[in-house]
Ligand binder design. Structure first.
Ligand SMILES: NC(=O)c1ccc[n+]([C@@H]2O[C@H](COP(=O)([O-])OP(=O)(O)OC[C@H]3O[C@@H](n4cnc5c(N)ncnc54)[C@H](O)[C@@H]3O)[C@@H](O)[C@H]2O)c1
Length: 256
């Protein structure tokens, strides 16, 4: 498996869940993985697993909300590895709340991580990609960035912003061969989905058939499969696109 051979990849939120799975899969595909997270113990554990499996990875503590840290880290990775080929803006938080109970404090906290974090990642990594001949950016949005979901005014707004920012940067940097695409899962089996199911008064097992005609939720491997393709040169003609990863749930009618 060498679909990402020698590509230098920066994955945010890589200590657990989707980010950890993507970091491990990318390393298995031959990439040099720079994993970052606020969770140092979790991040180092993921890097240890990659190294033991024979992959190449390093961990850096990073809060994606800090512009100083983005500037410092992007410079450091370029100084060490010469370039950044792939950026996965994966770090994110999730809050479900009725509109009338959504607080400005929660609004600002979630927007800072999901929107400002993604914006800063692109701001500090994409120009360097352009200078080194191009690259790929993969932004984790959500099905909530495409369709309306009760209780998701805040989260949906953040993921809608991720969707449109992806297209704006794709348009601005297409001539420099930087591709930017967004990915839109429904629930993926991680701690985030557990929180969602609990808040909605159900379980992840019950959510599978409710959300997808395929009868199950996505696993982290389903996300890693799509991201591997989008990060690879096989996707060299794909930019400004949005990928539903919802088992058909938002596009197929369950009748007949
Ligand atoms: N799991 C799902 O059901 C689902 C569905 C759609 C979209 N997504 C999106 O996928 C991404 C990953 O989700 P997940 O399910 O793996 O979540 P998760 O909660 O399992 O993991 C998120 C990771 O991000 C890190 N993180 C949080 N705030 C950070 C910050 N300020 N700086 C750096 N790291 C930070 C956490 O420490 C954690 O390691 C998120 O952007 C999420 O919105 C998830």
């Amino acid at each position: 498996m060498t679909r990402l051979q020698d590509k230098v990849v920066l994955v945010t939120g890589a200590a657990t869940g989707i980010g950890a799975a993507v970091a491990e899969r990318f390393a298995a595909e031959g990439a040099v993985v720079v994993a970052t997270d606020v969770d140092e113990l979790g991040g180092k554990t993921v890097v240890e697993r990659i190294t033991v499996a024979g992959g190449r990875a390093e961990f850096h503590v990073q809060d994606v909300v800090s512009e100083d840290r983005w500037r410092e880290l992007a410079d450091q990775v370029r100084a060490t590895h010469g370039r950044i080929d792939v950026l996965v803006n994966n770090a994110g938080i999730y809050i479900i709340a009725p509109l009338a109970e959504t607080t400005v404090e929660d609004w600002n906290r979630l927007m800072a991580v999901n929107v400002t974090g993604t914006f800063l990642g692109m701001k500090h990594v994409v120009p360097g990609m352009a200078e080194t001949g191009g690259g790929a950016v993969l932004n984790l949005s959500s099905i909530a960035g495409l369709v309306g979901v009760a209780g998701h005014t805040l989260y949906g707004a953040s993921k809608g912003a991720v969707r449109t920012m992806s297209k704006d940067v794709a348009a601005e940097y297409a001539a420099a061969n930087v591709r930017v695409n967004s990915v839109h899962p429904t629930y993926v089996k991680t701690a985030m989905a557990d929180y969602g199911a609990q808040t909605l008064g159900t379980t992840v097992d019950e959510l599978g058939p409710a959300l997808s005609p395929l009868g199950r939720l996505a696993g982290v491997a389903d996300v890693a499969n799509l991201l591997t393709f989008l990060a690879s040169d096989e996707a060299e003609y794909i930019t400004g696109s949005e990928y539903n990863l919802d088992g058909g749930g938002s596009t197929l009618l369950s009748v007949g």
